[in-house]
Design a protein around this ligand. Structure first.
Ligand SMILES: NC(=O)C[C@H](N)C(=O)O
Length: 353
């Protein structure tokens, strides 16, 4: 094995297995934080592409693609080993804290997070807001388990490390790298539950592409409009924000139920540009009038825009999809933003001409 000092230690919540490759002084240093997902999964046959189990550690991910060591020295941390549907605020806060610490070290060029693709965009957006560094943070996953014919994880990981080690990737915020594409964590969303190219086809999210494993960017570094960096250094937990999905005959009781279950904020994945039935809307408004709980309107369509209106009680989620609006609202509530500040925070991403 090219990995020099494997050691493992079991914590109650995190399986932590720190690895460090032999140091080659002429190479940059990249740290990998592994969280699980399909990229770390194994099936029972090489044709199994559903129903596989997560379980490979960061050591095995790196061992599968030794070419990585021609690009960068690697240190690795096992933060969790779960499907991304089970990634929670404990894991994302831990990631944010450790990544901020890691990137503050002069010798570190960038970091890679390996993650399941299902909620990858939520963690990537969370890191976009909670990590304060010009160095690259690259979040990567895979759509086929490591045991599959034509598994995509190894090349995706090689590309992610290449990107994290690249000077050209600096000052671009958190990046999502998958299947040759480089996307902005701010805008990229998972588009297909099964396809290898699942992070394709968002309106504003595509930043670049790998050609022969070299990252090419379409634009000079740029930050999305309205990006706010939050200091969560002292946060040990996050506010509770629920997403309610609008549809025909949406149950209006969901609003009170969500509040009664402890929600500090609610995001509505609305029909069209943030809509819901008049009955549901009345229930939402009476909860808002009674409690002042902030409610953000987003869209259940994959892409779109919901503005705030002057008279409405809901806050327009702008370009944020429901899951990203949830992360943003969660951070704002955790740091004590009031209703007007939250409205302003969302409006910042779409400055009016
Ligand atoms: N492609 C994937 O990674 C899916 C997997 N269920 C996850 O952990 O998100």
């Amino acid at each position: 094995s090219p990995i020099a000092h494997p050691e493992s230690e079991t914590h109650t919540l995190f399986v932590r297995q720190d690895i460090q490759t032999p140091i080659n002084a002429s190479l940059p240093n990249v740290t990998i934080f592994a969280t699980g997902g399909t990229i770390a999964s194994q099936g029972t046959t090489n044709t199994q592409t559903i129903g596989y189990q997560v379980g490979l550690g960061v050591q095995q991910l790196v061992d599968a693609v030794p070419e990585i060591l021609n690009i960068s020295n690697i240190a690795g941390y096992q933060i969790s080993n779960v499907d991304s549907g089970s990634v929670n605020q404990t894991i994302s806060l831990k990631l944010a804290h450790q990544i901020n610490e890691e990137l503050a070290k002069d010798e570190i060029s960038g970091v890679v997070v390996t993650h399941g693709t299902d909620t990858l965009e939520e963690t990537a957006f969370f890191l976009e807001l909670a990590v304060n560094s010009s160095k690259p943070v690259v979040v990567v996953g895979a759509m086929r388990p490591a045991t599959a014919l034509s598994a995509d994880g190894p090349l995706n990981l090689l590309q992610a490390v290449t990107l994290a080690a690249s000077e050209n990737a600096k000052d671009r915020g958190t990046l999502i790298s998958l299947n040759d594409r480089i996307g902005s964590a701010f805008y990229t969303t998972k588009n297909n539950a099964n396809s290898l190219d699942t992070f394709f086809s968002t309106e504003a999210g595509q930043l670049g592409f790998f050609i022969n494993q070299v990252p090419y960017f379409y634009y000079a570094p740029a930050a999305p409009l309205g990006v706010t960096h939050f200091n969560l250094t002292n946060a040990t937990s996050l506010a509770q924000v629920d997403i309610l999905y609008a549809h025909q005959d949406m149950d209006p009781a969901l609003f009170n139920a969500s509040y009664a279950a402890g929600a500090d904020g609610i995001v509505v994945a609305g029909v069209g540009a943030g809509g819901m039935s008049s009955v549901a809307s009345e229930a939402a408004e009476s909860l808002f009038n009674a409690t002042g709980i902030p409610m953000v309107s987003s869209h259940r369509s994959a892409d779109g825009f919901v503005p705030s209106s002057e008279e409405g009680f809901t806050i327009g989620g702008g370009f944020y999809n429901p899951q990203k609006a949830r992360v943003l609202l969660q951070m704002a509530l955790t740091l004590g933003y009031d209703y007007d500040e939250i409205k302003e925070l969302f409006a910042q991403s779409y400055p009016m001409p």
